[in-house]
Design a protein. Sequence first.
Length: 455
Amino acid sequence: MMYNLAIIGGGPAGYTAAAMASNAGMRTVIFEKEQLGGTCLNVGCIPTKTLLYSAKQYHNALAAGKYGVDVEAVKFNFQKMQQRKQKVVRKLVAGVKQRLQNENCQLVAAEAKLMFHNSDKVVIEAAGETFEAERLLICTGSVNFVPPIEGIHDNDAVWDSTAALAATELPASIVIVGGGVIGMEFATLFSELGSRVTVIEAMPRILPQLDTECVDILQDKYRKNGVNILTSTKVTRIDGNWVYFVAEGTEEQVIDADKILVSVGRRANLSGLDNLRVEMQRGAVRVNDMMQTSEKNIFAAGDVTGKIMLAHVASRQAEVAVGYMLKQIPLQRIAYNAIPSVVYTNPEIASVGLTESDLTGKDCVLPIEFVVKKLPMTFSGRFVAENEGETGLCKLIVDKSKKTILGVHAIGNPCSEFIAAASFAVRMGYTLPEFEQVVFPHPTVSEILRETALI
């Protein structure tokens, strides 16, 4: 059988594309060598957030006295947390599989290897069979980047994020190499459950891509809560449970821990694509606005493109790619300037659009005069009611002359739940007067967006 579309990879990009294409009548086959849902559903977003929610529940129980609730002998069961995490993952994986079955999409549960491609067809080998298709969509995702640090390999004390999620026991102490999103979410998880946590970050600050002021608030809180954060610091080597590092302007130091989590980023997964002949860019598959590669019948979506490595970006890229194949009018493109992102620390940080750093200094990307409007989250009554002792921050970056909203950045729970409203404002180019006309329900924390716009 000649398929209209072959998809390699069953993560958010792959299963979104498969369901959409099949629903539109395309004969579609999708290959997944492990579990449907990819990294996000199995060893990333969902299991991490499930464990983080358990940790937050424990943390909230310990702090219940602030809200007039007396709780005695609070404790947690790490094994039960892990069991619940697996139950959540299994349920969601089953849901994805059922969705594809409902759309009559053929699933091949095996590793796929691209054997040949030209402008007319692609040939894929999987499970001892050969499959041909008119078009190929590459959704192979990404893998953990392993830095060239001596002693990192064949060391039982060293974890990557997948191993950390599968832990059967909570480490008494842990060193986290990398203060990015993954590293800081794990720092939240382990510190709230009582582990002694040290974060080592080579950059001058953790979460270097996010708003500086929001990150400073988070960093100060974590340090006050006992999380040891070492910035401008590089790990030189690892010896068993000992981590050797050099802080800027100092001599080599050493710290020991039960476990060492290395989370310094991810890179495109090109497994099975040895015969792929398309243009590459910085180790990833290069695509145009329609997610099309340099070969007209080969497309790519998700982390393998090396763009913004987020599950919701992957899903949207898949929709754009399939929409283009189906010649849907009007053709859709992705507004990368309006992609929301969330760091599920406690408190959360949510962000969309440009930061002050993007518009000033050596990191400036656009010569735009701007103004900053900001308020503590305590200007929201709902926030005060539910976040005893917290302050938080909401910040709007606004074009000085056009009054359009260029970026929104917030720290404080639950900013992850209303950042989409800010994303919409950035995507549609709302001006402050237009945004001020939006009615937010009261009392909600989301009102802070409008309150900030009004100052």
